[in-house]
Design a protein. Structure first.
Ligand code: HEM
Length: 218
């Protein structure tokens, strides 16, 4: 830890939540995401999202795993249960997709490169991870729409959307408690916030790229 801790500072999770609120709204209200939550996205669109997210999670989780030994914050906050690559592989197998044949969109390639550039910056990786881990809060609700729209019965095709089942609120609560207990200084939390912003922008761009790809293929 390089910066001092100000006892009056807002907890890291409060800053993350407050300072990325507008980006959350933008991610939630994008047409691709909105169609998914309304159960109006074609099934192929959902599967395409899982494909791109595999590439993102694979890069990020490999980075977190490599950084774990040298980063007390990652060691404290990130449990291996939070890695989503295995769930994505299960879902893609259910839909008959070969994970080695996935074609990344330009936006996915850009985000993966951004993650790889952060390989020596554990707090950037952690800030990015916060966004994906936090998205499980919304995914619980989206899963309900998907079950109906595609006639899915969990866990079939829904491992990624429901990684913790009923335990989701308690896993998220532990994530936040552990992050706030790291005692990160103001500048360090600013690094988390910048990284979270980058992840939100990357996911928004991926959704837009999938929307374009879908329009081209119709
Ligand atoms: C229609 C889509 C979405 C819905 C309905 C939704 C809904 C929610 C809900 C209900 C929460 C819990 C808020 C709370 O406990 O106060 C939440 C939190 C969160 N969501 Fe979403 N979400 C959506 C999309 C996304 C996307 C696409 C991302 C990431 C790119 C994302 C990232 C997060 C994060 C990081 C949090 C935690 C915020 C915090 O720090 O408390 N969400 N979302």
């Amino acid at each position: 830890m390089t910066t001092s801790v100000d006892a009056t500072a807002r907890p890291a999770t409060q800053r993350l939540r407050e300072e990325t609120r507008d980006l959350h709204t933008a991610a939630e209200k994008g047409p691709y995401q909105a169609a998914m939550v309304m159960g109006r996205l074609p099934r192929a669109g959902y599967v395409a999202m899982l494909e791109q997210m595999l590439l993102v999670h694979r890069a990020l989780e490999a980075g977190l795993e490599r950084a774990r030994a040298g980063s007390p914050a990652i060691a404290r906050v990130v449990t291996r249960e939070q890695y989503q690559e295995p769930y994505l592989l299960e879902d893609l197998a259910y839909f008959g997709i070969d994970p080695d044949a996935i074609e990344a969109t330009g936006a996915t390639r850009a985000l993966v490169e951004e993650i790889e550039r952060a390989s020596n910056d554990p707090l950037t990786l952690l800030g990015m991870h916060y966004v994906l881990e936090g998205s499980n809060n919304g995914n619980r609700f989206i899963a309900k729409a998907l079950m109906k729209a595609y006639d899915l019965t969990p866990p079939d095709g829904l491992c990624y959307m429901l990684p913790y089942g009923e335990r989701q609120p308690e896993v998220w609560s532990a994530f936040k408690t552990n992050l706030d207990a790291c005692g990160l200084g103001d500048e360090e939390v600013t690094t988390l916030v910048r990284a979270a912003e980058a992840m939100y922008r990357g996911i928004i761009a991926i959704h837009a790229s999938l929307q374009e790809r879908m329009a081209e293929r119709v």
